[in-house]
Design a protein around this ligand. Structure first.
Ligand code: FMN
Length: 178
């Protein structure tokens, strides 16, 4: 059994990327894994101040919703990030969240596998290249961590467009294969 954390970063509750995240979580649970879901919009979250306090202390200097999450992330086996494509990049919400995971940079982390679930209105797969590159840049800062899978949910503009596609099923299968 693996510990899986699924992070969603759209302000749109129940939208396309969150549906992918839910399906991935269901798949992982069906395979017997322990899954925790974190919605960035529910985390009290400020921008990283760049002070590097976290490099010499066990936590962030900011007293918001993040300090409660670091140990969970450090001890997870699999991290999954779901994002809407905003201006051909990950959402600002996800970027801010990734920056605030900086206390993990100096820790010995268990996670070695990362998945990206992205949705965009654009119907070209290249629309996700910026988001893949954003996540890969974060991954490259952690030894031995790999981007294990990406769902490129293209052609999804309205909140429930995903229901008309098989991306949800693909996310379920990816979650089940973790
Ligand atoms: C601020 C903003 C920027 C966006 N930028 C892009 C973009 O660059 N390319 C694109 O294809 N879709 C873009 N979209 C559309 C969303 O990526 C798309 O609707 C996505 O499926 C939304 O996912 P969600 O339902 O999980 O929020 C943008 C939407 C917003 C609100």
């Amino acid at each position: 059994m693996k510990k899986v954390i699924v992070v969603t970063s759209s302000p749109r509750k129940g939208g396309n990327s969150e549906t992918l995240a839910d399906m991935f979580a269901q798949g992982a649970k069906s395979a017997g894994h322990e899954v925790e879901q974190v919605a960035v919009r529910d985390v009290k979250l400020q921008f990283c101040t760049g002070c590097m306090y976290c490099h010499s202390h066990d936590k962030c200097v900011l007293n918001d919703g993040m300090n409660a999450l670091y140990s969970k992330f450090q001890n997870a086996d699999v991290l999954v990030f779901a994002t809407p494509v905003y201006y051909y990049a990950v959402s600002g919400q996800l970027k801010t969240f990734l920056d605030r995971l900086n206390p993990l940079y100096t820790r010995k982390n268990k996670f070695k596998e990362v998945y990206l679930l992205a949705t965009a209105a654009d119907d070209s797969e290249a629309a996700m290249n910026g988001s893949v590159s954003d996540i890969q840049g974060w991954i490259d800062c952690f030894d031995g961590v790999e981007l294990k899978g990406v769902i490129r949910g293209i052609g999804l503009e309205d909140r429930d467009d995903i229901a008309k596609t098989d991306f949800g099923q693909r996310a379920f299968e990816m979650g089940a294969s973790v």
